[in-house]
Design a protein around this ligand. Structure first.
Ligand code: MLT
Length: 264
């Protein structure tokens, strides 16, 4: 693990391999180890950077909502310090929200996009209320309750019954998340912008991946992005849910590798 001071926080990240840089941004409430399989596969041919977003993993938390814009600015500053002018930027779920916020603020720094199990819209009013309840619950009780409620939506029933190793790994990431960091990110997600209108202006190569059984960011959301992002490629991964990059790491990595070889 490496650490750097980025503005008000000490940010943790991994930086492995050499070649065209790819930055992979984790979702909520995970950390950089979400991308272990992808780092391992890509580091032979690429420089792979996996940050812990503010409030997650080994990065510091900060006061107030951790907005998607702020998290995107953290990534831009990390790139400055690492002297990376431009990179392939990818994110899963909340990581995708951060990636879209990054693209809006720093378009010239994006060589290509990877949008996994994510969506372009902001939260509905109902969604915002649920986030506020989760903030209260997490700050009062810690991560265990929300983890147990969320886990069946992250993995297919098949994975839950047959892959205790994956269940344990995903659960461990979630329960280890700092309540203050999770709460700040929930507030940040609740106030995030809707990027739907901007999709048709995206002019970099874009790969969209989604688990066929993802109930959090369903296939229809990825189809919307695919229809609006000119030249994008959509891959629906069978027998996978929201954390498709872990559940079906082989297919996910194969698609990512093929995409990256077309971009470089
Ligand atoms: C995630 O996986 O990052 C979250 O489920 C996204 C969300 O809650 O909108």
């Amino acid at each position: 693990m490496k650490q750097l001071q980025i503005d008000d926080i000490c940010m943790a990240f991994e930086d492995v391999g050499a070649g065209t840089p790819i930055i992979l941004v984790h979702g909520y409430p995970f950390n950089r180890t979400l991308w272990t399989e992808q780092s391992t596969a890509l580091k032979e041919t690429h420089r792979v950077i996996t940050p812990d977003l503010r409030g997650f993993g080994d990065s510091d938390s900060s006061d107030g909502p951790a907005t998607m814009d702020r998290m995107a600015q953290d990534i831009a500053k990390l790139m400055d310090v690492l002297q990376i002018p431009q990179a392939v930027i990818g994110g899963l779920s909340m990581g995708g929200y951060v990636v879209l916020a990054f693209l809006k603020q720093f378009p010239s720094r994006v060589q290509a996009l990877v949008l996994a199990d994510t969506r372009p819209q902001g939260d509905t009013e109902e969604g915002k209320k649920i986030r506020a309840q989760q903030v209260e619950q997490i700050l009062a009780e810690g991560m265990a309750g929300v983890t147990d409620a969320m886990l069946p939506k992250l993995l297919t029933p098949e994975t839950v019954s047959r892959r205790p190793d994956i269940v344990k790994r995903v659960r461990d990431m979630m329960v280890k998340t700092k309540p203050a960091g999770a709460a700040a990110a929930l507030q940040g997600m609740a106030s995030r912008e809707d990027h739907t209108e901007a999709l048709s202006q995206i002019n970099v190569p874009t790969l969209i991946l989604v688990g066929r059984e993802d109930p959090i960011t369903p296939v229809s959301e990825s189809e919307t992005m695919h229809n609006q992002i000119s030249g994008s490629k959509l891959v629906v991964i069978e027998d996978a849910s929201h954390v498709s990059n872990i559940e079906k790491a082989g297919i996910f990595n194969q698609e990512l590798t093929t995409f990256l070889s077309s971009v470089n």
